[in-house]
Design a protein around this ligand. Structure first.
Ligand code: AMP
Ligand code: GLY
Length: 421
């Protein structure tokens, strides 16, 4: 089977790594890929948000299966173009990708499906939004409706902060994404991520994880794309996961099917858990990054069979074979991230590291330059390890980190603290 993966971050490196372990995989192409992915696949230069170009590329290279990594090509309808041209594709349609591309859409679906989530209201102008919050003196959440690269959510603790956020969003800070604004009740509890494969009819949970979004230790400082993650998430017990399936996920999937836009691909549910009850924070229509890295580390080659079954509508035939273990990934980022950072510094010490089914350095933002691996992004490496316990996974990951020589980078030393103390 010739496989094309769209994307070029740590998530796609881990997808490529897992897929490659499956003997079904003949040729593996990743577009655009990165310096780490280039070790295991051909990295092709391709505009992955241009559906026509992706279809042409798939035709030219006899691709049998396309796995779409990030949300942008999904929101642009690339999976629809691929399916229309007859390519087997993992990833939802543009219509179903609204579950990530529009926060108001998701809230409407939740209401229609009776899925528990924060109380909410949508606004198309600043005055109406401000009028509504005037008498509220508790923390509220202000969100740009559209895709804003994880930056369009403001937790406002005072009315002044809320008003400033509303002005910024309608003032164009997030471009088109802020043309509509959703205001939500602030939920308390512990957050966890739940990943479910869907084929339009059947849903199959494939794991839980928790990530650390803030840049600073103790979960302080500005938000990032994620500084580290571990799987499984102990807070998402089997019982709570079952409740989430019954009360949130399956009703959502039924509502999507009823509307004529069945969901197929991976659904990533961000849950807030309090007193044993899950509520939905948000959906994403792709794997989390860096959560995917820990899921792939634990799933290995069966990930390809599972994604293929989802794309072919055969998930009812599948079970997930779990090793009873843990995985952790720690993000090495460029100094300054998530603010301004320099690119181009050389990373040394990678050659000597173990790369096997229990240890992997996934590349997130790297390129090759004159034989060196250099940083080319904010999040640069995802140092990932498995262990029999979460503490064992953590120790193995930090042991690898300590062998990497990259003075221009940094990491959090406390990934997993909620579980490990
Ligand atoms: P989102 O992009 O919707 O995932 O929001 C980013 C982060 O903001 C989430 O992971 C939560 O930590 C936080 N957040 C979003 N909505 C709420 C809410 N209604 N209550 C509490 N925290 C929230
Ligand atoms: N790690 C959070 C995300 O992928 O959205």
């Amino acid at each position: 089977m010739n496989i094309l993966i769209l994307g070029g971050g740590g998530r796609e490196h881990s997808l490529a790594w897992a897929v490659k372990q499956n003997p079904k995989c003949d040729r593996l192409i990743v577009a655009p890929g990165n310096a780490g992915i280039a070790d295991i696949a051909w990295c092709a230069d391709l505009d992955i948000e241009d559906g026509e170009a992706v279809v042409q590329f798939a035709e030219d290279h006899a691709v049998d299966f396309v796995i779409v990594g990030p949300e942008a090509p999904l929101a642009a309808g690339v999976s629809d173009d691929l399916r229309a041209a007859g390519f087997l594709t993992f990833g939802p349609s543009k219509a179903a990708a609204q579950l990530e591309a529009s926060k108001a859409f998701t809230k409407e679906i939740c209401d229609a499906a009776g899925a528990p989530t924060a109380a909410w209201a949508r606004f198309t102008d600043a005055k109406a939004a401000k009028d509504r919050i005037q008498d509220i003196d508790e923390t509220i959440v202000i969100k740009a409706d559209g895709l804003a690269a994880g930056k369009g959510v403001i937790i406002a603790e005072t009315p002044a902060e809320a008003e400033a956020a509303i002005d910024d969003m309608f003032g164009g800070q997030f471009g088109e994404a802020g043309a509509e604004v959703v205001i939500e009740e602030f939920m308390t509890g512990e957050e966890a991520s739940f990943f479910i494969l869907c084929d339009g009819q059947t849903s199959l949970p494939i794991g839980t994880a928790q990530d650390h979004k803030r840049v600073g230790e103790g979960d302080t400082g500005p938000n990032t794309g994620g500084m580290g993650a571990y799987s499984p998430a102990p807070v998402l017990t089997d019982e709570i996961a079952q409740r989430a399936m019954d009360e949130i996920i399956n009703p959502t999937l039924a509502e999507m099917a009823k509307r004529g836009t069945p969901y197929s691909g991976v659904l990533y549910a961000g849950l807030m858990i309090e007193n044993g009850a899950p509520r939905l924070v948000e959906y994403n229509v792709r794997f989390g990054d860096p959560e995917c890295q820990v899921l792939m580390m634990r799933l290995g080659g069966q990930a390809l069979d599972l994604m293929q079954a989802a794309a072919e509508g055969r998930l009812n035939e599948k079970v997930v074979h779990w090793a009873d273990d843990h995985a952790m990934t720690v993000v090495l980022a460029a100094t300054g991230y998530p603010g301004a950072y320099a690119k181009g510094s050389v990373i040394k010490g990678l050659e000597g590291l173990a790369q096997d089914s229990r240890h992997m350095v996934f590349h997130a933002g790297t390129r090759e330059s004159d034989g060196d691996i250099v940083a080319s992004g904010g999040r640069v490496l995802n140092v990932t390890a498995r262990g029999d316990t979460i503490a064992g996974a953590r120790d193995a990951a930090y042991e690898m980190i300590d062998k990497i020589d990259w003075p221009e980078g940094f990491c959090r030393r406390d990934i997993g603290w909620r579980v490990l103390g």
